[in-house]
Ligand binder design. Sequence first.
Ligand code: ADP
Ligand code: MG
Length: 591
Amino acid sequence: MNQTQTSKQAPTGLNAYLRLLSYVRPYWPAFILSVLGYALYAASSTAFAQVMKLLVDSIQDGMTEKRLFFPLLVVGIFALRGVGTFFGTYFMTYVARQLIHYLRLDLFKRFLVLPAGFYDKHSSGHLVSRLTFNVEQVTGAATNAITVLVREGLFVVGLMGYLLWVNWKLALVFVAVSPVIGLVVSYASKRFRRLSHRIQNSMGDVTHVASETLQGYRVVRSFGGTEFEYQRFLKASEYNRAQAMKMALTKAINTPVVQTIVAIALGILVWLALSPDLMGEMTPGEFIAFLTAASLMAKPLRQLTEINNTIQQGLAAAMDVFTYLDAPEEEDKGTKTLERAQGEVSFKKVSFQYAQDKPLALNQVNFTAKPGEMIALVGRSGGGKSTLANLIPRFYNATQGEIQLDGLPITELTLASLREQIALVTQQVTLFNDTLAANIAYGIKDPDPKAIEAAAKAAFVMDFAEKLPEGLNTLVGDNGVLLSGGQRQRIAIARAIMKDAPILILDEATSALDTESERFIQQALEEVMQGRTSFVIAHRLSTIEQADRILVIDQGQIVEEGNHQELLALNGAYAQLHQLQFHEQIQPEHE
Ligand code: ADP
Ligand code: MG
């Protein structure tokens, strides 16, 4: 379930720390202010032990004139501590929030440039879970945990300094037990991190199963999949729970163990301090101060061990986020740009494989589409038609051979410039939860409402938009759920018309339309195709009969090539396909 993540080369914890720190760098003034604040907090907390010493000493001396001095001192110290806490907390949170914000932005930015191959391998549920859950876990580490780490860490350092100053020989007891504490904490840290990785991945599984089930609820219900999905979800959630419990167990054991070690150290300390030799050496004030400081040590040490798991969680999450940030982005090495292409597209012995261990999806494909030509791609499903279409906007790069646009290898163009030349309509229409008009003009800055309306008319969107209460300004719902399949396709076609690009790719763009609408749109498209190079993949052969050239694709190869009449005369694969469909169509639809 989680092998994809754990098998990845994980960066080390230290690297992750340093890399997180690099996010902090721009905010170093705030970071310094915060550390100074916490230093003030630590110093004033430590000073409390010294106050005890002064108090006991002055009680012994019987000095009563300091009666006002002590209360003022205590209030003063607490006031300083308050100021320190304010600066520490406020500025640390500021830095942490910036960190999270930019980490999240970087991750999202990376998602925007990752290649199609990446999306083939990762489910959207897992990716969304990275943006929400993982980044949030880093937040926990970066805000609360870092705060405790700096504040209590400085406090421990302050107390240690004070102990060493008052009586370094006694203080050595603490120095002696620190490696033991270190061992316990580092063992727990490793375990926390391992468990955190598992918890985060299982959150990905939870999101994945949930989003699949929610999106496909119709299939789930109608195919009796509710129990199956419930079990799948149960398994993912249960695994998550079990790992979280292991984490809780480690945490629950860890803190008392460290506390016990500290208690043993304190015990030894008191025992040593009570020895007659040492008693003589110290004033009662020093003695009390020493014990106060030593016992003050227990609380920050406990807090430090307690937040360790949050820190490790955050670190594990950060390491995971970094592996995504390091995933190679879409190759975009081209430097040339085109204003508006003529539209000559040629495939020069292009072969393509989705992966090394996969068969060739395209095998030595060779053809040239002249500007303005309409090229139809037909053939059995799985033949490689969509693959061919996907290579033109470089969603994938040819494994062998070269694709040229206006005689220029498309790899020499910037991706942005290449894609600007292409309008693409696929079978799977993506609509954004916005108005019809906004969906048609997607990607266009300040679109002309007249142009939107013209595109909507041409694609017969107006046909149904006119009947909607707000026309083109009607919201389409989440991924256009409020529309029929055919209506969605018309919007996608209108979007392509609106883009007005020299190359048009229609990958089964009219498959969801009924025969009548298809015929209408066919006319519209024929007009749109004028002056553009178009690639039309269609299942219904009737729609591509007028193509300048028809390429019959099978098993990644062009097996036949020619116009409708030529191919029929050839009496080969195309003629056979045609024959089949002719029979299919003639009966149910009386055509
Ligand atoms: P067509 O559009 O002609 O139906 P495709 O181009 O979609 O065919 O598929 C051609 C071959 O490539 C099929 O064998 C298919 O399984 C495979 N294929 C398609 N997309 C991917 C992908 N993203 N990853 C791996 N293999 C794929
Ligand atoms: Mg296809």
